[in-house]
Design a protein around this ligand. Structure first.
Ligand SMILES: Nc1ncnc2c1ncn2[C@@H]1O[C@H](COP(=O)(O)OP(=O)(O)O)[C@@H](O)[C@H]1O
Ligand SMILES: [Mg+2]
Length: 362
């Protein structure tokens, strides 16, 4: 299994620098997901690894060897694109075997390989169909099978599920997770969808504006976001942010804001203690706010419910806290009168503090 190392990778288009020094190391057999909003540089990074874009500065190493001077076909990789790029005049088997036929592999070997990968992605019955006679999901599987058939050490995906409808996307996501456990390859997967990133990744790399914001396991990034951007990008509904100020009251640490004064403890309080009177942004995920009419005032937010969105077992409530918006979730069975104030207890371990100016976690 090749290891991949991006070393201070820079990309410029003319005068404009779009990637500002990407440093990334991928371990053996790791599923790495590059995630970030549209335009943050995910595809450009992937295309440089693939050799489809020149590197402006820095180097890409595979197994310790620089590869940025190599043609795409000289690199040991297979790529699945967002639009699948299938050959319309070839049937499924011919599409899957294209690279093998080009490489003049023996017919018996090609046939065996086509059978093997078609079974892997559930295409066995469709080998003689042309792409035009397949559904979106089936076409997506052909693209996947074609990449698998190449037997490369590195597998690159650029938003392979984004052309599918929501239901199929969920289904393919689960299949992809299963497949990635079966095939031992280094995978780099690009998506703007944080749910795909969270569910598929061994390691998530969050990008924004041509910079890496943070990398780590899904759990690390979810529990310990390095900054406000990562905190707000991962998780659904997104984290709530409130303006606040740290206040040390005889050793007890409070976060004061418009309409609330909550005491915090533990690790976060220790971090805050060094920053008495600092202006911060308080981050709390909806899942860390629990409806509790009995919650003490210094452990809870009092929220005015503005909108209730019924989505099944849970309702999503859009509330007002002072002049700021806060989203919470509530069991749909709980009766709620709009315009009334409800108390939500704050999970003491679910409090995130960000420097208001730099937006970095304290
Ligand atoms: N061929 C190009 N010429 C000029 N700018 C480009 C080109 N390709 C991409 N860009 C710019 O580079 C930035 C990153 O693009 P891209 O890597 O496609 O983002 P993502 O895949 O994260 O949506 C964007 O601002 C985009 O407009
Ligand atoms: Mg892209």
């Amino acid at each position: 299994m090749p290891t991949i190392h991006l070393d201070s990778l820079v990309k410029r288009y003319g005068e404009v620098e779009v990637l500002h020094g990407i440093d990334l190391e991928m371990a053996d057999n790791e599923f790495t997901v590059l995630v970030g909003p549209s335009g943050c540089g995910k595809s450009t990074t992937l295309r440089m690894v693939a050799g489809l874009e020149d590197v402006s500065d820095g180097e890409i190493y595979v197994d310790g060897n620089p590869v940025s001077h190599l043609e795409p076909k000289e690199r040991d990789l297979a790529m699945v694109f967002q639009d699948y790029a299938l050959y319309p005049h070839m049937n499924v088997a011919q599409n899957i075997s294209f690279a093998l036929r080009l490489a003049r592999r023996p017919k018996a070997e090609i046939d065996a390989k086509v059978k093997e990968v078609a079974a892997m992605v559930g295409l066995t019955e469709f080998l003689h169909r042309k792409p035009g006679a397949l559904s979106g999901g089936q076409r997506q599987r052909v693209a996947m099978a074609r990449a698998l058939a190449k037997d490369s050490g590195i597998f690159l995906f650029d938003e392979p599920l984004s052309n599918l409808d929501a239901k199929l996307r969920g289904q393919m996501r689960a299949e992809l997770a299963l497949m990635s456990q079966q095939v031992e390859k280094n995978m780099i997967y690009v998506t703007h969808d944080q749910i795909e990133a969270m569910t598929l990744a061994d390691r998530i790399v969050v990008m924004h504006g041509g910079y890496i914001q943070q990398q780590g396991t899904p759990e690390e990034l979810f529990k310990r976001p390095a900054n406000k951007f990562v905190a707000g990008f991962l998780g659904m509904p997104p984290m709530n942010f409130l303006n606040g100020e740290i206040e040390d009251r005889d050793g007890r640490i409070f976060i004061l804001g418009e309409g609330f004064a909550i005491e915090i403890e533990g690790e976060k309080a220790e971090a805050a203690r060094k920053h008495n009177h600092k202006l911060i942004t308080l981050g709390i995920r909806p899942s860390d706010l629990r409806f509790d009419p009995e919650a003490p005032a210094d452990r809870s937010l009092s929220l005015d419910v503005m909108v209730s969105e019924y989505i099944g077992a849970q309702s999503v409530l859009i509330c007002q806290c002072g002049s700021e918006k806060v989203t919470v979730e509530l069991n749909s069975e709980t009766p709620v009168a709009l315009g009334t104030a409800l108390k939500f207890a704050v999970n003491p371990n679910g409090v995130h503090l960000f420097d208001r100016k730099s937006e970095s976690a304290l």
